[in-house]
Design a protein around this ligand. Sequence first.
Ligand SMILES: [Zn+2]
Length: 442
Amino acid sequence: MSIRKLMTDPAPIRFALALIVLALLILPISSRADTLADTAVDTTVGAVDTVSADNSIASGTESSGTSLYPMSPERKAKLISYSRFNNIWRFVDFFISLAILSLILFTGLSARMRDIAAKVRIRFFSVWLFFAMFAIADYLLGLPFSIYRGFIVESDFGFMNQTFSEWFSENLLGLLIGLIIGVVPVWFFYWLVGRMKRWWLAFSLGAIPFAVLMIVIVPVFIAPLFNKFEPLKDKQLEAEILTLAESAGIEGSDVFQVNGSKQSSKINAYVTGLFNTKRIVLYDTMIDNFTHGEIRFVMGHEMGHYLMNHMWWGLGLAVIFIMFALWLMDKTIHGIIRRFKNRFRFERLSDLASLPLVLIFLTVISFVFQPINNSASRYMEHQSDKFGMDISEVSGETAATAFDKLSVFNLSDPDPHPLIEFWFYSHPSLKKRMEFVKGYHP
Ligand SMILES: [Zn+2]
């Protein structure tokens, strides 16, 4: 899950965040941020076993009679092929990330970049130069794949609302932001590794204020570079949401609408920010396609995240995970460095040239331990669904239709293979969520 993992995401903002987060060397935060910036539905659905995915889609929407928002056979075929593609891409993407990082490492490119950066006297700027060269190399090597996944595939499935040059310039803006902010954690990492034995502990704790700062500033300074955030335009809807917010104890001014349709036709809503920047964001694509009742339920769900402080829980879990991942890395990485030192052209972890190796370790560790993060996330999502039902006072049918529409519009597999859900899904499957809201009585 290196840069590319998020580069493939259609939303360009994710790429900027990804670079920062990559730089943070705390990859779990990125996946948390995704969940925190709650996607209401996992847009990247998947199943390794594509045959069973087929069957499950068929049974999920037909035999169980859950088609509250029926789709055409063409649409269903599209959903199946998009799901199938995403299932495969999860693994392809993982291996592409590893391949690119390995290329930079084993060809000695990383060591060469370190030699160039060493010519800069001031340490911080030397680290910056190295980081910039590395991030750009990684970006360029991954570019064909990110164009394919982020632009071509999204266009083929009819989600893309940008021309290639619009898409590409946002992608570059993301890179630029990452290059500016990302150096801080990289510098911090190498500063600690060279100085103390328990650097993994110090880094995890020291990363907390940085991560908090990032979550605070992203909604105010970075997200507006890509999209326009404003108060709700539909005054009737605004009144309904304000009433809902009031009964939940949330300031109405914390609800924004965003022109997500600028990039993609996908439907979404999320909670983000901390302290004064904490907010609920509703996509215009949802306003255009959902009834007020369905939106009220989604808003109720988001208010659940907001009030139950899921951003803080996510951050806490991420810090624990980073600590574990870095500790595990510390136990294993030195042996690898000793073994390949001639090939890598560095001898210690504290050498800047080790950055790609560090990222290989973290990519593998977070891939393997992803189910733990995702289980915690699914638990919080379920709590929010419950909260949404309690507060929005919509019927189970209305809430279920909202989930059904998410599946149809975003081409999300409502009923993935259980193993895929366990491993990759940050939200319970839409089928489970539909069943829950239909049977739930507040
Ligand atoms: Zn959620």
